[in-house]
Design a protein around this ligand. Structure first.
Ligand code: SF4
Length: 466
């Protein structure tokens, strides 16, 4: 491949949502509960295959967190992407289940790499990162729901790491399927983990699977409807993975005995188009499909870019889609017709909904065509046991990421004062809800931004008296 030209940004989609994502993989470790029926066990991080690009990279660097971050930073710089606002994603298994020392060292090394220097401990590394060249603006950790519910230290650890988003492996909402696939937890833990995380301000993504053994298309559709009709769930984000038969997974035996068949590409497409039509405006569909190297796929679809086909079908049928990613300015600009003009006159829309014993206010800055330029999630906890009353769980300005301190040259880029405007509205709503303080869960690299808005560091949160 030729190196990019002077002003060419290679693979611009990677930073189109406003941040530069860096995925870091932790060393292989078996899950404590055993192995889920569909999950491959292949001497690499649980659920991954040896030829997956992040595994290859991590193996080459002996799963060293610092080296992995440095290598991704270098690759982004070579592709001319901005690298001042980094979203760290820790993947590779059930991170909260790892050894305490391993976890703290791993996260510290990630910050050290961003800071370009070694620090004495995690706290110092985070402090340095507040003003570093590569700031961690968001940190995501993947977890099973039961691990968080069962470990009384879980929330403290997540806050110590500077975590802002948790991706929960939920997969389905059916206890009999959980039992059949050896999931090792029930819906009850999903409900508890969701409430726990939301009340402490974390943004929540669910990983959901379509076509699990014992499920049907009707059941899958009903399950996705329940995700948004029941107050117990309502995730902020979704990754939708159709169940595939992989080498090294117990499901392969069932498949070979003719007792299981995954959905075809057409079946997945039909069902996801239906699901997309009722996903609400406050949820972002992060991904549809998981990339499986063909040599590890026994049965299932090989079409990685299924999302493109699905969105094409949605456009052709003129279906109205409310989920976030479909409406983000960066993607809307990329996918617009050549002569189409995108209106940049914005209005504020507030959606209020109740979820997990609290009220959620979802604030959006949108244009006439419902294209999204920025959002803010404010939660008001209603459970008397919660020690925080009002908390901003997310503030995000969409558009092509640009470096901190840089001025935007066009309306599809960030930094147009939209974040400040959304925060003002959130503060007004929190006051109206009779809260005398607003908490914000923020990546350590965004603390300086909040200080400029009058916030102070209190524990792991930025707070402001109202
Ligand atoms: S919890 Fe996730 S990683 Fe662990 S066995 Fe199940 S699917 Fe695999």
């Amino acid at each position: 491949m030729k190196p990019p030209q002077k002003d060419e940004v290679r693979k611009p989609t990677k930073t189109l949502a406003g941040v530069t994502p860096i995925a870091v993989m932790c060393a292989p470790k078996k899950c404590k509960h055993g192995t889920c029926l569909y999950c491959p066990s292949l001497e690499v991080p649980q659920s991954y295959t040896p030829k997956s690009p992040p595994v290859l990279r991590a193996e080459r660097l002996k799963y060293n967190a610092r080296e992995q971050v440095l290598s991704r930073l270098k690759a982004y710089e070579l592709m001319h992407h901005p690298t001042s606002k980094i979203e760290l994603i820790i993947m590779g298994g059930n991170f909260p289940e790892y050894d305490l020392k391993y976890k703290y060292d791993f996260v510290k090394l990630c910050y050290d790499a961003l800071n370009g220097k070694k620090s004495k401990n995690l706290e110092q590394a985070k402090k340095i990162n507040e003003k570093a060249k590569h700031r961690c603006v968001a940190l995501c950790i993947e977890s099973r729901p039961d691990t968080l519910v069962e470990n009384p230290r879980a929330i403290k650890e997540l806050l110590d790491f500077g975590c802002t988003r948790v991706e929960l492996g939920v997969q389905c909402l059916d206890d009999s399927i959980y039992k059949f696939v050896n999931r090792g937890h029930t819906i009850n833990e999903v409900i508890q983990a969701t409430k726990l995380l939301k009340s402490f301000g974390f943004k929540i993504g669910y990983h959901m699977m379509l076509g699990l053994p014992k499920s049907t298309k009707q059941k899958d559709l009903a399950m996705f409807k329940k995700l948004f009709s029941s107050e117990d769930f309502k995730p902020d984000q979704l990754k939708i993975y159709p169940c595939q038969v992989l080498k090294g997974a117990g499901l392969a035996n069932l498949y070979h005995k003719g007792k299981y068949k995954p959905y075809t590409k057409e079946e997945i497409e039909q069902i996801v188009v239906k699901i997309m039509r009722f996903i609400p405006n406050y949820c972002r569909v992060m991904r549809i499909m998981r990339e499986i190297p063909p040599e590890y796929l026994i049965a299932g679809t090989t079409r990685i870019d299924l999302r493109k086909d699905i969105e094409e079908s949605i456009r052709k049928n003129k279906f109205k889609i409310n989920e976030i990613r479909y409406r983000e300015i960066g993607f809307a600009y990329r996918d617009k017709k050549p002569n189409e003009r995108l209106d940049s006159k914005l209005k504020l829309k507030i959606t209020k909904y109740s979820a997990s014993k609290g009220n959620e206010y979802f604030l959006e800055l949108i244009n006439k065509k419902n294209i999204l330029f920025g959002l803010c999630r404010l939660r008001i906890n209603k459970d008397s046991k919660d020690f925080i009353k009002a908390i901003v769980r997310e503030l995000h300005v969409y558009g092509q990421s640009i470096n901190i301190g840089e001025k935007s040259k066009s309306f599809i880029e960030q930094h147009r004062g939209l974040g400040k405007l959304l925060m003002k509205q959130a503060e007004a709503l929190a006051r109206k809800e009779k809260s005398d303080k607003l908490f914000v869960i923020s990546g350590v690299g965004v603390r300086e931004y909040y200080r400029k808005l009058g916030y102070k560091l209190q524990g792991s949160y930025m707070t402001k008296n109202l």
